[in-house]
Write a protein that binds this ligand. Sequence first.
Ligand code: ARG
Length: 540
Amino acid sequence: MNLEALLNDRLAAAFAAVAGLPVDPAVRASQHADFQSGAALALAGRLGRAPREIAADVAARADLTGLADVGLSGPGFLNLTVHDDVLAAGVDALDDRLGVARTATPERVVVDYSGPNVAKELQVGHLRSTIIGDALARLLDFAGHDVVRVNHLGDWGTQFGMLIEHLAEDVAGEHSLADLTEFYRAARARFDGDEAFRTRARLRVVALQSGDEATRRMWRRLVEQSEVAFLAAYARLGVTLAPGDFVGESFYQDQLASVVAELSEKGLLVPSQGALCAFPPGFAGRDGEPLPLIVRKSDGGFGYAATDLAAIRHRVGELGATRILYVVGAPQRTHFAMVFAVARAAGWLPAGTTVEHVEFGAVLGADGKMLKTRAGENIKLADLLDEAQARATSAAVGIGAIKYADLSSDRRSDYVFDWDRMLASTGNTGPYLQYAYARIRSIFRRSPAAEPGPVVLADPAERRLALHLLGFEAVVHAAIEQREPHRLAVYLHDLAVAFSSFYETCRVAGNTSRLTLADRTARTLRIGLDLLGIDMPEEM
Ligand code: ARG
């Protein structure tokens, strides 16, 4: 049930009649009543009437029968108080979808997230993309969209020359692929220090691109080894990315020539210092010069941008995506803006297709700088998860805490990685919500015979809890529309707080109505946290 939407609908008719034009009543949850509309204030200038008069007119005309009472407040606000029996029946009816209807206009949504780079271990930088992207994919799924998860793996590029060459020359087998970071470091060290190796590594790049069998085999080994490691991390994190979702940069390699051909044909490429570049209007560098998007490099190779152009064309043209979300850090803002502009100019984004860079801030250490180990190195994700588990003494709590800390803050801000804060059992944390859930479940364990019954609202704390429970649908929609999972996190935390004050003042044992309120709270916490990808232990 979406009370906000119901009230909005009913008021919209009255507003339209009073104003003689369509008006959005802008009904919002409020401190002063259950809901409030301030639309009369915005309308006053236009109609040349006092806002309070307009509001009174609307209140008199609005048909809120069987739903709410309306009153006037302040300079012209409409205060709306939902009938208790409506709230009670709404809570009774909360099922496994918590009243959230599937969208009437499902889209095929590609969610591009995680995107780690092969032969480098998953770093914390990719953690945010993985966690936020997975939450968005789950939310869109739940809302009834057709979600295609895509893991745009960095599995191609010149760095493979040195990696493959290093592997090829390792006849004694002393460099294990089990530790890929170590392997990468060793290859890099040779590349930097050995001129002859460097030459052989460059030849390897050519061999890889021209499809040399043995080279390809070694490349596949490296990629597969990485994929195994990524999948292990996803499993630990409870992330829904599966092997079939891995569509890395290499996938697009044989489409790049035709991308260049098509862009050239459309007059979108300009030769520039041996390279082929697009100059989408409106992008300038620091010097004010037009900014190039390099599509083909001067050595004839293709880079990150060309691959993303091919990917957009493929996702819309072949996969039928009507929406693509790129869950990637804020530093790539210009890259995506330029790729989108070029794709649009090329006609690869027909009307009705939306692409969006869902950007996010950095993960910072307590010192306010990028999160690093004490020795100044990148932190390995596996080490981070080990530590979470050790500190929390349980995987569900430790990993839930990390994920919740990330998801509960606005994704656009940098977020400070702080063990003590994220693991605290009070406040807006994962453990607090898990405890809240386990505590409700324990009520039912203690008295298994207790049967929830129809809800009757008497105490103000019961009413507040009921009203909050019915806010789930609106918040799910808002989280999807704004691509802001933190809205759901904040809602769930507030719900746990509302339950806690209800539980303090209202005796639940033996009260069938209150047992229903408790049951619906537990259900909302479980489903809500599942949408964020966070496990809920039944006992803690
Ligand atoms: N591998 C990239 C990186 O580590 C992220 C890929 C994001 N997705 C994309 N379509 N470019 O920065």
